[in-house]
Ligand binder design. Sequence first.
Ligand code: GLU
Length: 479
Amino acid sequence: MVNALVSAPVVTRIAPSPTGFMHVGTARTALFNWLYARGRGGRFLIRIEDTDKARSTQAATDAIVAGMAWLGLDHDGEIVSQAEQADRHAEVAQAMLASGSAYKCFATQEEIEAFREAARAEGRSTLFRSPWRDADPETHPNAPYAIRVKAPLDGETVIKDEVQGDVTVRNDQLDDMIVLRSDGTPTYMLAVVVDDHDMGVTHVIRGDDHLNNAARQMLVYRAMGWPLPVYAHIPLIHGEDGKKLSKRHGALGVEDYVAMGYPATAMRNYLARLGWSHGDDEVFDTDQALEWFDLPGIGKSPARLDFKKLDHVSGQHIAQMPDGDLMVAVSQWRVAAGLAPLQDAEADGLEAALPIIKGSVKKLGDLLDKAHFAMTSRPIVPEPKATKALDATALEILGELTPHLHNASWDRDALEAVAARIAEERGLGLGKIAAPLRASLAGRTATPSVFDMMMVLGRDETLARITDAIEAGPRHASV
Ligand code: GLU
């Protein structure tokens, strides 16, 4: 008989604890899981690990959901609450008890402490060895008990990890961990495994701070006879100084990046590259990431946040984004940064300027600076620095230019040719004409090219601004 090899569909998950903002590391882990599943036609699930009642908040859950939505990481099915599965966790603990892979432990906290102290004094391992592991049930007292899993006493457990390789743990270093506390509440180690199993998770891709947990969690899979997931423990993200990312580095939460003005597509690109690579590819879109992402591309050493790289990636994405998408991204950035929404006229000006400015910025906020000329309305009040370009001679040149602009065909090359001709007739460099044009059109000294600005403003507005400047008279004495 031919053995048909049917590969199961991939199911991944992100399992954040809702205890604050959405950490950028969590976002990266979510992205890796999303890319892995979605790139293979699989499912991507969210589980909120909210069993720590004291530290879990709805606001934190909302921040996670918002962060995922911003990054465009859509998930399948309902978001699972770990706390709500407590009965199911207890049921599994009871099943382990019934099958003999777990046992009732009546040791009190004081007894455990005393055991540890004695072990310390004698220089033995302080891992608790319960006297109840092999006790005759006849001897069980009528008292509260915890349920402990029976860990193997010798041999080794090998975590077959897709990133770390084979990681071997000596079984005498695994204790009979508690799966159900004496008050009937499940432990985290049990909950994770039961939930992953019940959710059909095939691949556990998570931070390598959970690598040690994997060996212990495998005890539960084995006790229940459940198939192990594929593990991939990814190195954590470090700050630019090479140290583990902490509050000291700032910018820990996804919302910080939204507020700094990085578009979501750029962040997705940058986060994908944080610890994973595909050759030398730095800038790519999501379709490419979906096609390329795989576990062997994940590095073994911690990735470093590098804002210069992020700026570069961000600039490349902004340059390629459709104007409509950029307008949406700008609105999201303003909300996150606590800035008022743009007025309609400002938004229209920005949108009109996008084609000439989006190729030369790094962050969304830079767009507003570059689009300033299109977002302000007449009269343009020049900055003090810009008034220098508006002396009597300059105004005279503008006056000469005006009728030509009336008649010129309104395209960039034609406008530049008109200005160049007048400059040449006067034996001046083009800059001598560009400076007063810049000052009258934008009121600033640093702007996009004057001819690009003219194209955005159109003939009427351009001429009106130039006429305003001429009528205002010299702002600066000729030299
Ligand atoms: N709740 C854990 C965390 O936020 C994740 C556990 C897991 O992925 O297995 O780090």
